[in-house]
Design a binder for this molecule. Sequence first.
Ligand code: MLT
Length: 227
Amino acid sequence: CYTPELIKQFDLKGKIVVVIDVLRATSCMVAGMGSGVETIRPVSSIEACTELGAKGYIMAGERGGKKVEHFNMGNSPFEYMEDAVRGKKVATTTTNGTKAIELSADADEIIVGAFLNLSAVVNYLENKGKDIVLFCAGWKGRYNLEDSLFAGAVCNGLRNTAAFEDDATLSALFLYQSMKDDLSYYISRSNHAARLSSFGILRDIEYCAKIDEFSVVPKLLDDHLVL
Ligand code: MLT
């Protein structure tokens, strides 16, 4: 359970990385792939996303929580569930989530997790026989509450089949166990929820706290998220 600055210290070869960005990148990816988007190409720059737009991808994403001006869509899970993106290829760039995916490049497997596919992620990871890194995207290199809460939820699901290597992981587990009965409330108190609320983006916060809306586990293959 690490943040971007810490992840660079670890050798990810042979490991499964779960990239976590509950508000809202990985929630969007799960909602999109679970709603029929053909594939999602995460990129770390607006320029790369724009170039893919010229190749027929739908351009999606945000900076600082706000839609990038010339993009086709922002970074709301509700946009990813629209009929207009069903069967389409989406290129996305976000403040933290897509950078976290890029930082995970050396991993054996990269999957994306959110509360929206919590049980599917736990089932995917169970008895895999590989080390698992729960990569919390955080906010601009800093810790955030909602990603660690989700990391703890995954640990809670694996508590009978996995060994937890460090205190960061144990802290996430205990954090989740102490807050699991009122997740929506605690997530709504996070820094990024406050930032999004100041933009009037309220329903995304509530939706991203829902558990198991989807049973898909998007996985990165040749730079694209697929099922
Ligand atoms: C992120 O990358 O941190 C999120 O995409 C931010 C957001 O969607 O508001």
